[in-house]
Design a protein around this ligand. Structure first.
Ligand code: TYD
Ligand code: MG
Length: 440
């Protein structure tokens, strides 16, 4: 053993035979941090007169709303969604809008050739928009370019195609995606650029999904919607600069995504006459009231397992409501297939929809429809009580605006008649069963 370079072996006398061997790592250094001190931090008070971060409006109102009132500089935004849902389309439109508003906008595509993006831009009638484009996946080159250009906004489509030469894994793997996102978010903080990352939701484990970078960015938006529907919903699931759960509603047209200013009208647009199993829920999405239609179908199940199928609502929550109906109201659904659907491709997450779901199930099962022009909302507890929910006024106002004249609401709701909507208060689920459906 030699502690430094040596030309000749002490044991056998041979020259140039000694090779260097690094000792096994001993793990983190044993000496504590306290021995070599860092510099002391200046601790400040919470109160300050810093101005709120400057924002830029893209001019696409639905997008600006979801961002919490515009794009914040030096922030990192993740836009996730299924492949083909319209992420590239929307971000190209956003880049064009921001560019036209005077910002320096850069769009880096790692998925498509530059010619493909140009072709799409022409089809969207944005062929001459002031957006600068590059097709590249090597993050070292991209960062060098961004450092040089210092754009106001940089769109990276998609994070899963980017790779760092310092990471040995394939593009799209968890370590590459994490490392690329880290580099880009720290660039955003360092240089004041707003960086927008696109992330595809993936079904298998080969490619890392957008979830692995959610914690690194300031804002996480998901693009939702059913492939067959033309509606697309952009939902903020995390936002350090605004309310989460805010939604923006778009419609996919032949010339890109169009904003939908009045989503309630859209979600109820192809509603027929009141039908058994159909109930309108007065919901709140973010800061906005949105009416939508719950549709239920109950049919005898062929022998064996009864089916429970849900689109746009939580399956576990449906099971709970079926259990409450059975245990508290004596209305069994055993031996019946139950299908529940939110019309229009909207996903509802509010517990306030419980009462509407229960009403739709009862209405389907009893084959009797609710009175026309009625909206329903309220949360159901396991005891069968209907609990009040927030923003009663906003819900009723929206219902009135769309021509509804009756509402079934929780007993504790702070709602008064008076306006154009007649309010019917339900203390319990049993009361709904008895009063409205005459069953139980
Ligand atoms: P795209 O933005 O490429 O999806 P993503 O980036 O999320 O994978 O959108 C793909 C779909 O959108 C494609 O199936 C065609 C449709 N589309 C339109 O209907 N109209 C249009 O103007 C454009 C550009 C796309
Ligand atoms: Mg794309």
């Amino acid at each position: 053993m030699h502690s430094k370079w040596s030309g000749r072996c002490d044991d056998c006398g041979a020259w140039n035979t000694i090779t260097e061997d690094l000792p096994l790592s001993e793990g983190p250094s044993k000496s504590g941090l306290g021995q070599t001190r860092g510099k002391a931090l200046a601790l400040g008070a919470l109160a300050s007169d810093d101005t709120p971060p400057p924002r830029t409006l893209s001019g696409i109102a639905e997008l600006d709303r979801v961002l919490g009132g515009g794009l914040v500089e030096a922030s990192a935004v993740l836009v996730g969604g299924d492949p083909g849902i319209g992420k590239s389309t929307m971000l190209l439109q956003a880049a064009a809008a921001l560019g036209s508003a005077g910002l320096n906008a850069v769009y880096v595509t790692g998925e498509e050739a530059a010619a493909q993006v140009r072709m799409r831009a022409r089809r969207l009638d944005l062929g001459t928009a002031p957006v600068r484009l590059a097709a590249e996946t090597n993050l070292r080159d991209i960062l060098t370019t961004l450092e040089k250009e210092r754009p106001d906004v940089a769109i990276i489509d998609s994070i899963q195609t980017m790779w760092l030469d310092t990471v040995g894994a394939a593009p799209g793997s968890v370590s590459q995606v994490r490392a690329a996102a880290h580099e880009l978010t720290s660039f955003a903080k360092r240089r004041g650029t707003a960086v927008i990352l696109v992330g595809h939701v993936t079904k298998d484990g080969q490619i890392a999904g957008p979830r692995v970078v959610e914690h690194m960015v300031d804002t996480v938006l998901y693009f939702e919607g059913e492939r067959g529907h033309q509606f697309r919903i952009l939902r903020a699931v995390k936002n350090r600069f605004g309310p989460a759960d805010e939604i923006g509603v778009f419609e996919m047209t032949g010339t890109g995504l169009a904003e939908v200013a009045n989503p309630s009208a859209l979600f109820l647009s192809d509603r027929d006459q009141p039908a058994p199993g159909s109930v309108v829920f007065a919901g709140i999405e973010g800061t906005r009231p949105v009416l939508c239609e719950f549709q239920a179908l109950v049919s005898p199940a062929p022998a064996g397992q009864a089916r429970r199928s849900v689109v746009g609502w939580d399956g576990g929550r449906l099971a709970m409501i079926l259990a409450v109906l059975e245990a508290r109201c004596g209305i069994p659904f055993a031996g019946l297939d139950v299908y529940l659907n939110v019309a229009g491709g909207l996903r509802v997450n509010e517990p306030a929809a419980d009462l509407a779901v229960a009403a739709a199930l009862l209405s389907a099962r009893e084959d009797s429809s609710l009175p026309a022009n009625t909206v329903v909302f309220g949360e159901i507890s396991l005891s069968g009580h209907v609990r009040p929910v927030g923003q009663t006024d906003a819900r009723l106002k929206e219902a009135e605006k769309l021509g509804f004249d009756a509402a079934i609401v929780p007993e504790g709701a702070k709602a008064t008649d008076g306006r154009g909507v007649r309010v019917r208060k339900m203390p319990t689920l049993q009361a709904l069963v008895g009063d409205v459906f005459g069953a139980g």
